[in-house]
Design a protein around this ligand. Sequence first.
Ligand code: ADP
Ligand code: MG
Length: 715
Amino acid sequence: MNVLIVEDHSDDRKLLHYTLEHNGCTVIEAQDGQQGLELATRLKPDIIISDALMPRMDGFQFLRALKADPELSSIPFIFYSAVYTGESEENLAISLGAAAFVIKPMEPEELWARISMIMESLHARTSAAMHASMDEREEHFLREYGRIVATKLEEKVLELEQSLALRKQAEDELRRLNAELHGEIAERKRAEISLREHEQELAIIFENAPFMMMLLDSERRVHRVNYLTCSLTGTSSNNMIDRRVGEALRCAHAVNSDEGCGFSPYCEECVVRRTVMDTSDTGRSNHQVEARLPITRDGKEQSVVLLLSTTKVVVANQDMVLLSLQDISEYKKLEAQLHHAQKMESIGTLAGGIAHDFNNILTVIIGYGDIALMGVGDDDPMRQHIGHIMGAARRAACLAQDLLLFSRKQLSDKRKTDLNEILGSVDKFLRRVIGEDITCTITPADGKIPVFADTHQIEQVLMNLAINARDALPKGGLLSIATERIRLDEEFITTHGGSGGSGMYALLTVTDTGTGMDMETCRKIFDPFFTTKEIGKGTGLGLAVVYGIVKQHDGYITVYSEPGLGTTFRVYLPLCKSAGNSIETEPRNLMPARGTETVLLAEDDESVRNMVLALLQNFGYKVIVAVDGEDAVQKYRESSEPVQLLLFDVIMPKKSGKEAYDEISKIEPGIKVIFASGYASDTIRQKARVSDNVMLISKPYIPIELLGMVRKVLD
Ligand code: ADP
Ligand code: MG
């Protein structure tokens, strides 16, 4: 049996095709009424099974076309379709001459059973006569067909409206979600930008921080460093990344050890390593820890002092230690210099104070000694004993003198003088002192080296330095002394601390090839009484005196020494514009003349006062005694005799010697005076305003010297 299937839905068509073929039919397929009509005309199938609603030509029109064609009108026609309007479709179909209207969907077997049944009944039935007229049938068809199509359209419109509404709703939802998504994207972008900006800000802060910063991982390996850290080591950050902290900082120990930082025995003691490990292990922060590190910079090993802080931080989900460092080496150096200067200042004050009291005592010993000597005959055995006492007292006086020189409380007689000339004048003497085993070369700079200096004190500087060199050259060697002119800049002045400003200086260099000193010794050599020599050999005052003299001249002294290699001392003295004439010292008159004049003596120290009183009286003078400045003025006023000379101590209670002198000068202008002091400094000298009729004598005075000066002033 040939069956023509007319169906627009391909799935339905295939299913139907399969069912029919399965039951032994030959199947022809058409997709709509039009194609169905063509195939039916051409192939004349035994039966047609058609859908009702299809595009181009629907089932009803297809059926009408068949019935209108006499050649095709006898082919049985079965509708297989879903119902839309109830029974009207079925009724219309039957009225148009359809054999049956089977309602979709139906199980294949049931469908086949229906089709077989319809076919059998068709054979039995004689084709019913069309009792209605053609016009009536046409009218009926149009009415029914219009109604079905209208209902169908309404339904479709309703369906369409519903689907449109749904679609609109979905579109709205989509638009809303889209807007939401856009918002989220914008928000994300903003967050990303702000994060990037934040990161950039942090990077800038990290890079430009005024101290060194390093991020270290749990193995103390460098994760990141800032610019300043590179400047400490003189390497690039690439050179530090992934290295252990000590190695990255170019610690000499770490670099020297093959295994790197953390393995050399020094590393176990390394404060940097310990501090970082502490923070890494315990999470504890450390602040301002001081660490000294020997680092290699520009190929040289240097000791730097670092101030370090550590904090635990989390970077990229990893525990790290943020290490910040400050190089305080320069600060430490300045601090040490300041400490040294302060120490020297306070020791100076102490030494000056002791020397002052000492001098008063020695003045008494020497004075009475002299008086005693005057009273004993030349062959008296006592003469020798007293001579020993005097010798010892003079040696003690020399010590006190040195202490005063160190403390800068000693009077100095500074004039314009030529440093080369001083050097020339001590040349012979120096060579004699150092002996023949030592080769001495003296190289003065060309021309004059004018300095404002006390010649005797500079000679003493030279002597003390030369004697030390000699002691450092027990097996002989080389001693060279040279002078030159040099400019000192601000940096030198600030790092060496002192009263002299920058500018031109005379440089005196004393170098020996002797035993040299280690750093520890170098730091102490200027301290009074510091000596490495055996008892009786060294006093420890030589360099203290040199230091005091140089300071009193607004100069500087530096030492450079290495054990076994020798020592160089450099003395810098401010240079004058031109050299003045050095003044010849007058030869001393050995035996002072006696006198009969009246002397007003003012001295607060009782034993000194009594000694001077005895001395002057011994030499024929009349003496009026005062215990302080005020007493002196009063005694002057009360005196019935004219006073020819005032002999005043400078520092006294109530009124100073100078104040007393000023008052008396008002009463008697031009009165002669001698000031004495064991404690006179430059300031006192300035205060006393040295003029022709004002003489200064320092304690302890040698009686002969005092008597000589008294005579000189009176005459
Ligand atoms: P003294 O010579 O009495 O010991 P100084 O103040 O002159 O005292 O010197 C102090 C110390 O400085 C010396 O004991 C010595 O250790 C050291 N010193 C000074 N000059 C030199 C030098 N040229 N070479 C080596 N050591 C020196
Ligand atoms: Mg010495």
